[in-house]
Design a protein around this ligand. Sequence first.
Ligand SMILES: [Zn+2]
Length: 238
Amino acid sequence: MTTPPVAIHVEISTKIPEVSTERIRAVVTQLVRIMTGALPLERKARLAGLRIRILHCDPHPTNDPNRWPPEFDHATFTREFSHLDYTADGRHYNTVAGFAGTLEVPMMACSKDLICDETDWPVDESIFVHEFAHTIMNMAMGGPAFHGRIHNAYAAYAALFTTKACRATYACANVDEMWSEASQAWFGATARADVNRKIATVSEIAKLPGLYAILEDTYGPPTSVCHLLEGCRGMCSL
Ligand SMILES: [Zn+2]
């Protein structure tokens, strides 16, 4: 069953030359609808007031600001986030491709690669789906029942790894990254198999019944958003 959509403000950088503002807004709107479609109204309502910014920024994965491509709009990005220096996990905003909203700071940002412009890093996953999954968990999924379930699911996931292998796998870093990486697989929005080992596909997630059940309760059945993400060649994992 789908509940009515929630009002979310989408702000798009005026300096994105490759893709029209209308196109980006349409894709974001549809992704939001699909990813929140199964949420009960009271949870969905907690996302009201969220601002999503799509920026023209393509930080390099090495986190070295000096290695960003020259067209990166560094001045605008730092000005927009000057009141915030670091993400929740301690990375400077200048070094990330996106970040999630929280109840305290209901603003999410994502570089224009949400549509997987294949000329930019990264081309084999949707950062938008990753960050919006974090945002849904941060803002809509609070409460002890969810907290208990997701922590149990994380314990089962981490138990598949040695301590060293877990440390080397982004999705194993904590509950939050497991959630967002698994969400990307749930929506067919990643072709990666390195950062998300053992939850890179829905069939792998099915081997973790607790995690599978939480994802299904939150999002409904696995759904591919590939058709919205033109440019994501080879990305469609569902
Ligand atoms: Zn993340």
